[in-house]
Design a protein around this ligand. Structure first.
Ligand code: 6R9
Length: 623
């Protein structure tokens, strides 16, 4: 069952032989080592995997490598080839060839060294999607500094938390950025974030928007003034040297700093860029994600550049000023691999795709959230014109790269399924007792064997690392936090998160964090946040608030505080004032709220059933 990959695609695919699955499971080490050998190592590894300190797994032990060297130097003699094509929201464009990228990264690496950045320093990058953000990441990688990317849409408070938690000493930012035609002063937010923490020694500011910003004497430097010329020798780094930290929401209020390795991570994203995205050096890949999200790191920078492909990067809102700008961009640059999120697809679903020349597209990928069959089918028929397979890739910040997906030339596609575990991975769906569930039964998604892109640890928090991922099923089975089921042919279907984390437009948002922020509004006595389905965003946040003063004014205060303290991404779509929250043994039962509001079902076992009845009368569409 399923839709078979188009013939023209199969003929040219990187992987065409179905034996890859059996080969990878019979000789797992060789499977990964073959990919690793395609990269350049300064010294080979002695051991593929050291699992003696499980759940801390170390890959390519003893190997010496540099990620920047593999992404840039290795391709620098391609003076005639674009590494990066960039379009700003305001229509500006820039292209950096591999050689120009090499020059720029070398020069900026030298500038960073001059400022005192060393191997092992942690450098925060609080930037929009502009070429200098990629240069900054690669320059850090070159000199062995660990980068900590902070999504530009995050508030000063969220950024401050990340600076402090990661103990960053340096910050790279921009004066401002464009979003929906408006310029946001990013430098001001950065200054506020620095103030909360105090550990930042130097700041580098890229001029992007050309607005007036305050520069602190001795601390702040303009990028264009300190970035001159120079060659910077790449550091010879241990395979398990931390390349970057990426923050993500988990089931506690505090976001977790996921630390990734250099060698294992690079092998994982390199291999999956070839296997799943079928990337080749002559491709132009557009990964629509922001760099501040793991997808931007893995398939917007490290994966494609390690393969030697061209990355297309866009700064602003993909539906601004024209709702169909996404298609204008694909047509203008001849994008061949389009990797996006279902939320974006739903936003542009009404565009007339036949008004654009989309014939260059040969593969479409989606990531981040479940996709429904209608949106999948639209991508397959209207965007890819049935010539391009649509792969639905499942993975997480913590896994570094793809884990479950169709192999585009091999796996029949079932709209909305994520396919099977990729070769080299072993996944299962277990019940709470650890037994595999039967087909179509929902259970917990686990990964039964470590893999190269697996995070090294949670920065500064060994307890959370063990507790969230390696406790439910022991120290050798990775618990993903997702629930899923398998069909009779072993294809996997993701149901959602099992914990208190919501997926909004593909971004993980902690409901507990939202509740804590809302509690900071003095009129709020009690609050419960849940996710309710939304046609465009997948989910929106609904807040159920108990307050003596149930007024629009209080609602506005809550929304403003959430936007200010966390960011726009966490803005509630619905705020409902209730006299009390449905409880059982004193605890709020979120399931009851969900069932009442969305399912119009009367929940049982509550101490206050009348509240649930009231909730049943709410129409989620009222927002
Ligand atoms: C890459 C990324 C991870 C969570 C993950 C799951 C959800 C990711 C999905 C998907 C359904 C897919 N998720 N891919 N759900 N289908 N193809 O998204 O990382 O931001 O850490 O989120 O996203 O719930 O656990 P991250």
């Amino acid at each position: 069952m399923g839709i078979y990959p188009p013939k023209e695609f199969i003929q040219q695919a990187n992987v065409r032989d179905p034996a890859i699955y059996s080969r990878a499971s019979e000789n797992w080490v060789e499977f990964w080592e073959d990919f690793a050998r395609e990269l350049e190592w300064f010294e080979p590894w002695e051991k593929f995997l050291d699992d003696s300190k499980a759940p801390y797994f170390r890959f390519f032990v003893g190997g010496k490598i540099n990620a920047c060297y593999n992404c840039v130097d290795r391709h620098a003699d391609m003076r005639n080839k674009a590494a990066l094509i960039w379009e700003g929201e305001n229509g500006e464009t820039r292209t950096l060839t591999y050689f120009q990228l090499y020059r720029e990264v070398n020069a900026f690496s030298a500038a960073l060294r001059e400022l005192g950045v060393e191997k092992g320093s942690r450098v925060a990058i609080y930037m929009p999607n502009i070429p200098e953000a990629v240069v900054a990441m690669l320059a850090c990688a070159r000199i062995g500094a660990t980068h900590v990317f902070i999504f530009e849409g995050f508030s000063a408070r969220s950024a401050g938390f990340r600076l402090k938690d990661s103990r960053s000493e340096f910050l790279i930012t921009a004066d401002g950025y464009y979003r929906r035609g408006e310029v946001t002063n990013l430098k001001e937010k950065a200054d506020q974030a620095i103030e909360q923490y105090g550990g930042i020694k130097s700041v580098v500011v890229v001029r992007r928007a050309g607005i007036d910003v305050e520069m602190v004497d001795g601390r702040d430097h303009w990028y264009h003034e300190i970035t001159k010329k120079g060659y910077t020798e790449p550091e010879i780094l241990d395979s398990n040297h931390p390349l970057f930290i990426m923050y993500t929401s988990g089931s506690t209020a505090e976001p977790k700093g996921v630390v990734h390795s250099t060698g294992g991570y690079l092998v994982h994203v390199y291999a999956t860029s070839k296997l799943v995205l079928d990337l080749k050096p002559n491709d132009i890949i557009w990964t629509t994600a922001s760099l501040g999200w793991i997808t931007g790191h893995s398939y917007g920078v490290y994966g494609p550049l390690s393969v030697g492909a061209t990355v297309l990067m866009y700064e602003g809102a993909p539906d601004y000023p024209d709702k169909c700008r996404t298609f204008e961009i694909i047509e203008k640059y001849g994008v061949s691999v389009f990797y996006t999120v279902p939320t974006l697809a739903r936003m542009i679903l009404t565009c007339k795709t036949d008004s654009y020349d989309l014939s260059t597209i040969r593969l479409i990928g989606t990531v981040g959230e479940p996709i429904e069959p209608e949106t999948w089918t639209w991508l397959y028929r209207e965007v890819g014109r049935e010539r391009a397979p649509v792969v639905n890739t499942w993975w997480q910040t913590e896994t570094g790269g793809h884990v479950i997906s169709q192999l585009p030339a091999l796996t029949p596609m079932k709209p909305a399924s994520v396919g099977k575990a990729l070769p080299g991975f072993e996944v299962a769906i277990l019940d709470d007792g650890g037994k595999p569930v039967k087909p179509f039964e929902i259970g917990n998604l686990v990964i039964k064997r470590p893999f190269p892109g697996l995070m090294l640890e949670i920065s500064g928090d060994p307890k959370s690392y063990v507790k969230f991922y390696w406790s439910k099923y022991g120290k050798r089975v990775y618990f993903t936090g997702d629930s899923a089921y398998m069909d009779e042919e072993g294809h996997i279907w993701i149901v959602g998160r099992v914990d208190d984390v919501l997926n909004i437009s593909g971004h993980r948002v902690s409901l507990i964090e939202i509740e804590q922020v809302a509690m900071g509004v003095k009129e709020v006595r009690e609050v419960s946040a849940i996710g309710i389905p939304d046609r465009v965003k997948g989910s929106v946040i609904a807040l159920f608030v108990v307050s003596e003063e149930a007024s629009e004014e209080v609602g506005r205060k809550i929304t403003e505080k959430i936007e200010r303290d966390i960011g726009k991404i966490a803005k509630p779509g619905l705020i409902v004032f209730v006299p009390e929250l449905p409880k059982s043994s004193g605890k709020v039962v979120k399931r009851a709220i969900y069932d009442a509001v969305v399912g119009k079902k009367k929940p049982a076992f509550l101490s206050n059933p009348e509240v649930a009845e009231m909730l049943m009368k709410i129409k989620p569409s009222e927002r």
